[in-house]
Design a protein around this ligand. Structure first.
Ligand SMILES: [Zn+2]
Ligand SMILES: [Zn+2]
Length: 344
C-alpha cells in the first residue's frame, strides 16, 4: 500500500510499504476513502531534522472496514466508519466519562510502525471504542463534512463546550484556520447571539460569515483588543475561543475576556506559561480546554451534517490525490489552502 511519511523539513513522500494488518484481536484494518492534512501535521514539517526513516503522517480518515479482528463486536467488513484522531478503548473510566483523549489504553496512529492515516489502508486499534459507523454511501457528497468529525469540527466544538457557551452569549473566536472556523459553527449551534471572528484573510472571513460569524475583526494585538472592547461596551466578551495556540493568541484572549468570562482553549499550546498575574487572576476568568475528545462529540454533531444544518466540509478548499499530498502540505504551510482533502 502507499502511505505518507515525513523525512525532513519540507520533505513529505508517499512510499510503497507493506499493507496494514491486524496486530491485536481488537483491531480493524480499513481501506481509506478520504483523509486529510491537519494543521498539527505541519508542526514538524518546518523543522524536522532529515532522517533516513520517515515519520508516518495523518490521523483524520474515513474508510471501509477490510478486516475485523476476532474480538471486534460492533463492526464488520464493509462498514463505512469515521476514525477520531486517537484510538481509545471505550471501557476505562476516562472513556466511560467521554474523556477519551485520556484513555488509559490510548493508542496513536502510526506509532506502532507502518503507516498512519494518510495511507491507503489503516490499522485502527480498539475498533469498538474508537470508530463510529457512517449511515451513507462512500460516494456521498457529505463525505468532506463527515471527515471533519475526525478532528476539526469536534475540536472547534470542544472550544465552545470548554468555554461553556450559552444561548445569548457574545463569543469571540481567535483563529481563522479550520478549527477556528469550526468553532464558529459550534458557537452558532450553542445559540451564541454574537460571534465575532478575528480574521484578516478574506476567503476565511467569508467562510466564517457563512458558518455564522456576525462580525469580523481584522485587527490583531493591541489594535484588535481595542476593537473588541469597543464592540463590547469596553468589557470584552463573555466567551473567547482560542484556536491558535501561540503566546500572542492566549495573551489576546485574556485581554478580550470579560470579567467572569471563560476562555475555551484548544490551540495546540506553543506557549510555556499563561500569564496569571494579579490583573488576570483577580478578574474571575476561567481558562478551560485542551486536546478535544473527538470521539465524545461525533454522535452529537453527525445529525447536523446528515440533515444539512451545517456544512463544515467547506473548510477543505484544496483536494489532491494521495500521490500529490506534498502539494497539500506546501499549500497549507503557505496558507494558500485552509485544509487539504486527500482522495484515494
Ligand atoms: Zn488533526
Ligand atoms: Zn479508555
Amino acid at each position: 500500500m502507499r502511505a505518507t511519511f515525513l523525512y525532513g523539513a519540507n520533505d513529505v513522500r508517499v512510499d510503497q510499504i507493506e499493507d496494514a494488518k491486524i496486530l491485536k484481536p481488537t483491531d480493524v484494518v480499513i481501506r481509506t476513502v478520504v483523509a486529510c492534512v491537519c494543521g498539527s501535521d505541519l508542526w514538524d514539517y518546518y523543522s524536522k531534522t532529515p532522517d533516513t526513516v520517515g515519520v508516518a503522517k495523518g490521523h483524520e480518515v474515513i474508510g471501509t472496514i477490510e478486516t475485523a479482528g476476532a474480538d471486534v463486536r460492533n463492526f464488520k467488513a464493509g462498514d463505512l466508519v469515521v476514525v477520531p484522531f486517537v484510538a481509545s478503548c471505550g471501557y476505562c473510566d476516562y472513556c466511560q466519562a467521554n474523556q477519551q483523549t485520556s484513555c488509559r489504553n490510548i493508542e496513536y496512529f502510526g506509532h506502532g510502525g507502518g503507516g498512519a492515516c494518510q495511507a491507503e489502508m489503516v490499522r485502527v486499534p480498539w475498533a469498538d471504542g474508537t470508530l463510529v459507523k457512517l449511515p451513507v454511501e462512500i460516494d456521498s457528497p457529505l463525505m468532506p463534512s463527515l471527515l471533519t468529525l475526525s478532528d476539526v469540527l469536534c475540536t472547534g466544538y470542544h472550544a465552545a463546550k470548554s468555554a461553556n457557551v450559552q444561548a445569548g452569549d457574545t463569543v469571540v473566536v481567535v483563529g481563522d484556520g479550520a478549527v477556528g472556523l469550526s468553532a464558529v459553527i459550534a458557537a452558532k449551534k450553542l445559540k451564541a447571539e454574537r460571534i465575532i471572528l478575528m480574521s484578516r484573510h478574506e476567503s476565511r472571513s467569508n467562510l466564517g460569515r457563512e458558518f455564522g460569524a456576525t462580525e469580523i475583526v481584522a485587527d490583531r494585538d493591541e489594535a484588535g483588543i481595542q476593537v473588541i472592547r469597543d464592540l463590547t461596551n469596553g468589557d470584552g466578551a463573555t466567551r473567547v475561543l482560542e484556536c491558535v495556540g501561540t503566546q500572542s493568541a492566549i495573551d489576546l484572549s485574556i485581554a478580550i475576556t470579560r470579567d467572569y468570562g471563560v476562555i475555551g482553549r484548544v490551540g495546540a499550546a506553543q506557549y510555556e506559561s499563561i500569564p496569571m498575574n494579579f490583573g488576570t487572576v483577580m478578574r474571575n476568568i476561567g481558562i478551560y480546554g485542551g486536546v478535544a475528545p473527538a470521539r465524545a462529540y461525533i454522535e452529537e454533531l453527525m445529525p447536523d451534517i446528515l440533515e444539512g444544518r451545517i456544512n463544515p466540509g467547506k473548510v477543505f478548499d484544496q483536494t489532491v490525490q494521495l500521490d500529490d499530498i506534498a502539494e497539500g502540505y506546501k499549500a497549507m504551510t503557505e496558507r494558500t489552502a485552509i485544509k487539504t482533502l486527500i482522495r484515494f
